[in-house]
Design a protein around this ligand. Structure first.
Ligand code: GLN
Length: 281
């Protein structure tokens, strides 16, 4: 059997020769070897188990020849340090959304201190936002909604395996929580304009219902802003993730729908306008 060093270099080259990411190979190798991040460096000269090696090679082909996202092959993605199960029924959690969660947690702390608060995550998908908010701040009681039954199943499984006490409800946008009032609403809705050219790795594998947001990518913000205050307490925070090129239009829309609010727009780590926070005091 070859050792991990050779397996890595041969397959990384194979990926690069086919225009794919070499970093994906390392992640696949660690997954199929059952390694924690530090293990690989310590075991580079050891031989790989033959059964694990075969599974790994099969996965590499799946990634390179069939262009499957590695998160679908491994059925997992780490979000905020927690392992989330993902499949073709939910959006694969993104790094940008971790930033949305970080800022949301900070703002919640500043705005509400240590009082218990109710948070709703609209379009929860894998449940990553609601679950992490609940795990990271014990004062948060979180609810997640999604129009997709299958997504709700995935979200419930994730919260259970991470021991997070989150309620998940199936239904369109605010519908399942119409009779409730929240302190915070978080939403990372589908925001890609319908006719935008999207990488096949994304378009061919992730649910379109979780990706596309109408002709300008703003359909879900529009729909939410119409009624959002009906599910919010008088003092609230709204946290949106959005496409970088829609920040200005979104701000305008918010001003049309919500009175006496403070709007803060932030860039992600790539320097792109990515998040909008709305505060009502
Ligand atoms: N809330 C989930 C996430 O941020 C799903 C978002 C979506 O499906 N657009 O990953």
């Amino acid at each position: 059997m070859p050792n991990y060093r050779d397996i890595l270099s041969i397959n990384e080259q194979y990926a690069l020769d086919n225009g794919k990411e070499n970093t994906a190979i390392k992640l696949l190798l660690m997954h199929f070897a059952g390694f924690k991040p530090t293990d690989l460096m310590l075991k580079l000269d050891q031989e790989m188990d033959p059964v694990q090696y075969r599974r790994f090679l099969y996965a590499v082909d799946d990634y390179i020849k069939h262009n499957r996202p590695i998160q679908h092959i491994t059925e997992e993605e780490f979000f905020y340090g927690h392992r989330f199960c993902v499949n073709c029924d939910v959006l694969i959690p993104r790094y940008e959304t971790e930033e949305l969660v970080t800022y949301t947690l900070d703002y919640i702390q500043d705005f509400f201190g240590s009082t218990p608060i109710d948070v709703v995550d609209i379009g929860t998908g894998s449940g990553c936002i609601a679950t992490v908010l609940s795990l990271e701040n014990k004062n948060i009681k979180a609810v997640g909604t999604d129009i997709s039954d299958k997504a709700i199943d995935v979200a419930k499984r994730n919260a259970t395996s991470l021991k997070a006490d989150v309620e998940f409800l199936q239904g369109n946008l605010l519908e399942p929580v119409q009779d409730r009032k929240f302190d915070v609403l978080v939403c990372n809705p589908p925001y890609i304009p319908n006719d935008e050219v999207v990488d096949p790795l994304v378009k061919d594998h992730e649910p379109h219902i979780a990706l596309f947001g109408g002709h300008d990518g703003l359909d879900f913000y529009r729909a939410l802003l119409e009624n959002v205050e009906s599910v919010l307490k008088p003092r609230y925070i709204i946290a949106f993730e959005h496409a970088y090129h829609t920040a200005k239009v979104l701000k305008k829309m918010i001003k049309q729908h919500l009175k006496d609010v403070k709007i803060v727009q932030l860039k992600d780590m790539q320097g792109k306008d990515r998040m909008t926070f709305i505060f009502k005091n």
